[in-house]
Design a protein around this ligand. Structure first.
Ligand code: SF4
Ligand code: SF4
Length: 461
């Protein structure tokens, strides 16, 4: 049962805050909701579940501390200072606190608003960085073609042996400060790159066997660029399960990277475009195999409130499904699946387990695949330390969070750790590499794809 928040008289007066009005020392535009902030009753249940509190033992880096900082700013008792903004960006937005919070306080989303405020005129980035951020968020990410073109250099880096030279010469150790560490990590996280999938699949893949419906596949940027063959496995699986699969080529980034960086306006523009794009089709579901994309798409209703007709937003929201949620909900046809003999452990992506409340469906999907054996790890829903760009902005802390995760992975003695989010996949693959483990990291759909009968796997284009 949820406890009632304890409002003070002052809280009650300030709760009459109206949208568009200035909320204490927050800017009017994109301020967090005061009602959300006030829900925190300081019980501290969230503290043992917060990765940034675990590594710092610092109250202000805990969910309770962050809620209190936001409250103090909202009540005009504290400036929107560097320290407050730092905590906005230091929060992993993993949402583990919300899962355990008796009042359901959404500290992660509150911190997303703090980031937006920070990147406004309060604490703008230095020149150069500001332009770089705009280039990435406004020029590159909204355009699949540009992103895909940019990956050619990375593929050449791998194919021409430059990556091998960099890794074996330890060149990166000579770089100043944390630059070398960050570059080494970025290099270590790179999977073996294949050409992006978006232009190698038709816009409609027909169902196999008896048709059960029509779904769209939302091709996320990272899946398309880093794990195209996993995306292909997802599409093949959906077709094998009897669904026509529409892959709208004009869909854009879900906006999650923009929300992470506090660029809510570009995220809104992308959201509007995606809602319009997908609602042109008559669909039973819009399926994604990226937990981060799924969480962002499911939260469009809040992001686009007042910008689009709420009936469209509701209709769009009602169709979004994580691939495990969709396949288990539809009922897996398993009669012709091949065995995949492997013992695995499962890492719950934060944006699946905490942001979307999906934890049992991935396990049910694993159970449905013949030969796959699941060994649960301790703290399977503890963050892996990726957190979109968090791992790059806070490399030392990210390694501490990752070390905790990898220690739990090792204890299972499983052949592999699997997950359902490309960011976690890259981070876990890096964890395996830097720890010199024999275990492998997979996206679950890669293994599901291996179980498909030959005739369900069209030749790669
Ligand atoms: S965020 Fe929730 S769990 Fe944490 S102190 Fe506040 S009310 Fe308690
Ligand atoms: S979202 Fe995660 S990192 Fe942020 S306060 Fe909550 S538990 Fe801590």
């Amino acid at each position: 049962m949820r406890s009632e928040p304890r409002y003070t008289k002052r809280d009650a007066e300030q709760a009459i805050h109206k949208p568009g009005e200035r909320l204490g020392n927050f800017l009017p535009e994109d301020a967090p909701s005061y009602e959300d902030i006030l829900q925190c009753m300081r019980c501290g249940f969230c503290l043992p579940h917060c990765p940034t509190f675990a590594i710092t033992n610092r109250e202000r880096s805990s969910p309770r501390g962050r809620a209190q900082l936001a409250k103090a700013v909202a009540q005009g008792e504290l400036e929107l200072s560097e320290a407050v903004c730092y905590e906005g960006f230091f929060c992993l937005d993993c949402r583990a606190c919300t899962t355990v919070c008796p009042a359901g306080v959404k500290v992660g989303p509150i911190m997303e608003h703090v980031r937006a405020q920070s990147r406004n005129e309060v604490h703008p980035l230095p020149p150069g960085w500001r332009q770089f951020r705009e280039f990435l968020l406004e020029y590159m990410l909204p355009n699949h073609d540009r992103l895909e073109d940019s990956m050619l250099a990375a593929r050449l880096y791998q194919r021409l042996g430059v990556q091998w030279m960099v890794r074996n010469s330890h060149l990166l150790e000579l770089a100043p400060g944390t630059l070398g560490e960050t570059a080494e990590k970025m290099d270590g996280m790179l999977p073996k790159l294949e050409p992006p999938l978006r232009n190698r699949v038709p816009e409609l893949v027909k169902a196999r066997g008896e048709k059960r419906g029509t779904v769209a596949y939302f091709i996320g940027c990272i899946m398309n660029l880093m794990y195209p063959e996993v995306s292909r496995a997802t599409i093949n699986t959906l077709a094998h399960q009897g669904f026509d699969v529409v892959i709208p080529k004009s869909a854009k980034c879900c906006g999650a990277p923009h929300l992470t960086e506090g660029d809510r306006e570009t995220a809104r523009q992308l959201g509007e475009h995606n809602v319009e794009t997908f609602l042109r089709w008559d669909l039973d579901a819009i399926v994604t195999d990226c937990a981060g994309c799924g969480a962002a798409l499911k939260e469009y209703e809040e992001l686009l409130e007042g910008r689009m007709d709420e009936r469209y937003l509701h209709e769009f929201r009602s169709r979004i499904r994580d691939v495990s949620e969709f396949l288990v909900g539809a009922g897996m046809r398993t009669e012709d699946l091949k065995p995949v003999d492997m013992t695995i452990t499962y890492h719950d992506p934060c944006h699946l387990a905490h942001a979307q409340g999906i934890a049992k469906e991935p396990r049910q999907l694993i159970e449905a695949i013949p030969g796959l054996k699941l060994v649960e790890m301790f703290e399977s829903n503890w963050c892996c330390g990726s957190g979109a760009n968090w791992g790059l902005l806070h490399p030392e802390e990210s390694e501490q969070v990752l070390d905790r995760k990898m220690a739990n992975v090792v204890k299972t003695e499983a052949d592999a750790v699997v997950t359902l989010n490309p960011g976690c996949h890259m981070q876990l693959a890096w964890g395996v590499r830097r720890s010199g483990l024999d275990q492998k990291a997979y996206h679950l759909m890669e293994l599901v794809g291996r179980s498909l009968p030959e005739e369900s796997v069209p030749p790669a284009s």
